[in-house]
Each structure stands twice: as C-alpha cells, then as structure tokens.
Design a protein around this ligand. Structure first.
Ligand SMILES: Nc1ncnc2c1ncn2[C@@H]1O[C@H](COP(=O)(O)OP(=O)(O)OP(=O)(O)O)[C@@H](O)[C@H]1O
Length: 352
C-alpha cells in the first residue's frame, strides 16, 4: 500500500450551539503522518472538533487547512477523510470481506482492484481467516479491526477516530492501541484521535491536545504533559493516579522553594510515584497520617491526609507497606517538585 499522510492545521476553531460556546478558539497542527490526540473530560468539545474537521458540522468561526489548503467550507465528501467511530456499525448481513470492500464498491472501484485491496488490508489487520464470517460471528475486538480495515482500505491520507476502543475490554484496548499506532507508522497516514482516557492518549500519540471547557489547556508531547503540566487542571488530569497538589503551608521545606514567591498562593505538586518514605531530611517533606491502603497489584496506593486535611496519595512499591492510622513522613527532591499558583491555576516557573 502506498498511503501517505497529509498535514492538518486547525486555526481558532469555534463552535456555538444556540447560546452555548462549545469550542472557544482552538488551534493545533499536525505534520503528515503524525498522531494527534484530543484528550479531555466528557463534554469538553473533543467530538465537536472532530466533526468540524470532517465537515459533518459547520464551523462557527475559524479555519481548517489540509495540506495547506483551506477546506473549511468544503463538503465532507470532498475532504478525503476517513472516520472510525465508537459504534462502528458493520453491516450485519454482509461478510467481513463485503463490509471491508463496501466503500470501494460504492466508489465504483474495479472488481480486480477491490479484491487486491481487501486482501492486502485483511493481511495487514490479520483478518484473512475471518473474511467469510458475518459480524455476529466475531468478537468485539475482531469487529473493531474490521471497522479499522474498512477505513484503511479506502486509502484516506487523514483518518479521524472518535473513541474507537471504548466498547472493548481492557486487554483488547491495549492490543488494538498498539495495532493502530503501528499502522500509523507503517502506512504514514495522519491520525486525529479522540479519547477521555489519558493512558490511551499518552501511549499512542506524538502530540496531545489536552482540552478543557472548549479550549486547549495544553499542547505537547505525552512526556511534556507528564513532566511539566502547564496548569492545575493538566496536573490533575494526567497520571494514574494524577499529581498530588498540596498547599505550601503543609510542606516542610529544607531550603527555599523559589525566591519571591507568595507562599500563601502556592500549590506544591508531586507525583504519587515520586515520593519516598521515610522522607525526613529530604528537600520537601510532609508528616501525615495514613487514611487507607489500596492494593493495586504492582504497587500499593497509600491514601494520606496532610496536616491541613488535604487528601493525597503515595504510590508504594516496597516491603513493609504503611498501615492505616500510621504517622509517616513522605519526602521528595526539588527536581520532583511542581509549583502552581492557586489564584491563576498556572504553573509557576522557574522551578526550584
Ligand atoms: N448538536 C448539538 N446541539 C447542541 N449541543 C451540542 C450538540 N453537539 C454537542 N453539543 C454539546 O457540546 C458540548 C461538547 O460536546 P462533545 O460531544 O464535543 O464533547 P466531548 O468532549 O466529545 O464529550 P464526550 O467524551 O462525552 O463525547 C456538550 O455540552 C454537548 O452537550
């Protein structure tokens, strides 16, 4: 197959439904062959953005450019975009082969080309042995692979995917995740992916657009979002469990956290996996009580209560796990410390 991706530029994208501003000026771009994920909580506008890019809905304002060419006013069928949805809706009366070939048949692609294309994609998606089955004779994961094959066979250079894995169980989700990522790299197609699942977003994407209430809260690589969340919202959304945020007054400082900071306005962030116990004498530490302990398989999640009553979590992988009711001191280094302003919600730089 000779698919190659196209670039996509989204500029000041706005959408209003009645009185409600669902998208409030979103900008991002993807290079050809890139994998960009729109990540955010339910209702933040991810699917709306995807529908505007596809041309299924009209923008209220802003521009969409594919390969540098304005497509904002173009009808959906002229944008040459493939789409995969959560409800992949295969035709139940057709075989897998016919389901995959359907789009090619509608476009009146010659029969010999159709047969060759389906064979190539079936091979790529490991669907060869299933081609004569009907969708009801397939597992959920196999059905989703057919839906992906149906889009891939159409050889669109830009494919939009809206929560395509949310109907699958956890194990299949992880498997198909890596298949989608491998296809993106192998075929060079550009993918825009929508999910509310941050681990999906971090594991698959080149670029993540973290959305909050119709705006892009932060745009970056998965590592940038994890290592340096730009806002309190981003800190609280990325990571499992997400970053702890404590009032500075709860934290004992072995040194300064930053010259000229208004300590009353500072929230100190630290990831649950970055804290050490016992942490006495470390650059930053908190003496606290263990509220409860949860076994997670590879780690224990130790739920703690700070002196001022803020709950926070220690991810503990060692022996002698702290017990409920214990008083312990957790500590961490300055390098593991993130500072935010309580009043603006923004990251405070430079870090200590
Ligand atoms: N056709 C419509 N008419 C009116 N409001 C709409 C319409 N479509 C979406 N909305 C509203 O726009 C907001 C954003 O919806 P959208 O589906 O884009 O969110 P989302 O981030 O994809 O959420 P989810 O993860 O739940 O699908 C929601 O408040 C929704 O109710």
């Amino acid at each position: 197959m000779t698919q190659t991706g196209v670039s996509l530029d989204v500029q000041n994208l706005r959408k209003t439904w009645g009185q409600t501003e669902v998208l409030r000026g979103v900008d991002f771009n993807i290079a050809p062959g890139g994998f960009l994920t729109l990540l955010g909580p339910s209702g933040c506008g991810k699917s709306t953005a995807l529908r505007l890019i596809s041309g299924l809905d009209e923008v209220s304002d802003g521009n969409i450019l594919i390969e540098g060419k304005e497509v904002t006013q173009q009808p959906a069928d002229q944008r040459n975009i493939g789409m995969v949805f959560q409800n992949y809706a295969l035709f139940p009366h057709m075989t897998v082969r016919d389901n995959i070939a359907y789009g090619l048949k509608v476009r009146k692609v010659a029969k010999a080309t159709r047969i060759a294309s389906v064979a190539r994609v079936a091979d790529l998606m490991a669907l060869g042995p299933l081609l004569e089955r009907k969708p009801a004779q397939l597992s959920g994961g196999q059905q989703q692979r057919v839906a992906l094959a149906r889009v891939l066979v159409s050889e669109r250079p830009l494919v939009l995917m809206d929560e395509p894995l949310s109907n699958l169980d956890a194990k299949l989700r992880v498997e198909i995740r890596s298949e989608i990522r491998a296809l993106n790299k192998k075929l060079g197609i550009t993918i825009v992916y929508v999910t509310h699942d941050q681990s999906e977003a971090l594991s698959m994407s080149d670029t993540v657009v973290l959305m909050n209430a119709g705006r892009a809260e932060q745009i970056g690589t998965p590592k940038e979002l994890y290592d340096a969340p730009a806002t309190v919202f981003a800190a609280g959304f990325i990571g499992t469990p997400p970053m702890n945020l404590l009032p500075a007054s709860d934290v004992a400082l072995n040194g300064d956290i930053g010259a000229g900071l208004d300590v009353a306005d500072v929230l100190i962030g630290v990831r649950p996996e970055a804290m050490t116990v016992p942490g006495q004498g470390m650059a930053l530490s908190v003496t606290c009580h263990v509220a409860s302990v949860e076994y997670e398989g590879s780690v224990f999640l130790v739920h703690l209560m700070s002196p001022s009553g803020s709950p926070f979590i220690l991810s503990y992988a060692g022996q002698d796990v702290p017990a409920q009711g214990d008083e312990i001191t957790v500590g961490w280094t300055s390098a593991e410390t993130h500072l935010f302003s309580k009043s603006t919600g923004q990251r405070i730089a430079p870090d200590p």
